[in-house]
Design a binder for this molecule. Structure first.
Ligand code: S3P
Length: 169
C-alpha cells in the first residue's frame, strides 16, 4: 500500500468527501490541499484569487504539495487544477498513488451548480455557460488526469470501493 494516496479530478468530483472517508478506512490522515492553502494564507480561495491572482495560488499549491510529499500515511484531496500545473502530476506519481475520479461534464455541472460561489473559476456563470466551461476545461485537463495510476468512475463511488482498489493493486 502506498503511503500517499492523491485523489485528483475536476471540481465537484467528490475528492474531499471520498478522501476523508477513505482516510478513516485506511487509518491514514486526511489532507485537503485547498484547506491547507486557506489555513496557511488565512484567506479563503476566492480571496486568494482576488487579492493575489491565480499564478500565486498555483505557486502556493505546488509548495503545499511538495511539503505533503515528505509526510507519510496520507490521503490527499487535491484542487481540480493542481495536476495540470508545475509538473505536479509527475511529482504526485513519483511520490505516491494517484486516483482520478472521472465524471462527465453534465454530472459535474449538476454538482457544481450549487457551489459556484465558493469557486472563483466558475463564479457568476449561468447553467449553460457552466456546462460549456466544464466541457472545455475538462478536455484540456484530461491529458493530465489520465496520467493517474488508477481512473475510476466517480458516479455513486464509495470509499469502500477505493479502499478495495488500493488493497488489490
Ligand atoms: C480549482 C479547483 C478548486 C480550487 C481552486 C481552483 C481548479 O478545488 O483549488 O478554486 O483550478 O479547478 P476543488 O477541485 O476542490 O474545487
Amino acid at each position: 500500500m502506498h503511503t500517499r494516496i492523491f485523489l485528483i479530478g475536476f471540481m465537484g468530483s467528490g475528492k474531499s468527501t471520498l478522501g476523508s472517508q477513505l482516510a478513516r478506512r485506511l487509518d491514514y490522515q486526511f489532507m485537503d490541499m485547498d484547506q491547507l492553502i486557506e489555513d496557511t494564507a488565512e484567506l479563503s480561495i476566492p480571496e486568494i484569487f482576488q487579492e493575489h491572482g491565480e499564478a500565486v495560488f498555483r505557486k502556493w499549491e505546488h509548495d503545499i504539495l511538495l511539503e505533503l510529499c515528505s509526510r507519510d500515511k496520507l490521503v490527499i484531496s487535491t484542487g481540480g487544477g493542481a495536476p495540470c500545473h508545475s509538473q505536479n502530476m509527475d511529482l504526485m506519481n513519483a511520490n505516491g498513488c494517484t486516483i482520478y475520479l472521472s465524471l462527465s461534464p453534465l454530472a459535474l455541472q449538476n454538482r457544481l451548480i450549487r457551489s459556484s460561489t465558493e469557486r472563483p473559476l466558475i463564479k457568476g456563470k449561468s447553467e449553460t455557460e457552466l456546462l460549456e466551461f466544464i466541457t472545455g476545461l475538462l478536455e484540456q485537463r484530461e491529458k493530465f488526469y489520465e496520467q493517474a495510476t488508477h481512473s475510476v468512475n466517480g458516479i455513486s463511488l464509495r470509499s469502500e470501493e477505493l479502499a478495495k482498489l488500493l488493497l488489490d493493486s
